[in-house]
Design a protein around this ligand. Sequence first.
Ligand code: NI
Length: 172
Amino acid sequence: MKRPILIHPDPRLKKVCDPVNDLTDELRVLADDMLETMYDAPGIGLAAPQVGVLSRLIVVDCIKEEGEEPRPLVMFNPEIVASSDEKNVYEEGCLSIPDQFAEVTRPKAVDVSWIDRDGKFQKETFDGLWATCVQHEIDHLNGKLFIDYLGAMKRQMITRRMVKLKREKARV
Ligand code: NI
């Protein structure tokens, strides 16, 4: 089932999320719903706070080429355990900040650990777009948005646009 995505500014997008201690069926349903919501948007990553749930859960799939097998990843309690010194710049966007994009510099590669949908511990090195996406989504779990990496002027400009967008949506 698709879930509504919160639009910035929203206090729930600024919160540090709680670790998942008990992998319940409810959380698995949430993960499946988040994947459905992400693919439908369409997007390449989604974090639980973006659908109003303050738990440490993200979903990602950075396969974008037509005909390539999708790779949906469900990550509970994802953690960056190591980052490369080498940096990478990507133009980032966010489903909670629709139609706004800006370049963000982040480590090019990261080692990430997490608990998968079956409750198994996983660890993997991500590079390129995958690395950027996983870092962006983990930021969400700490109440951080990609616009927080921008200068104050740019951030305020984007936030004003979003306030206006939400006002327009509320009127419909
Ligand atoms: Ni985002």
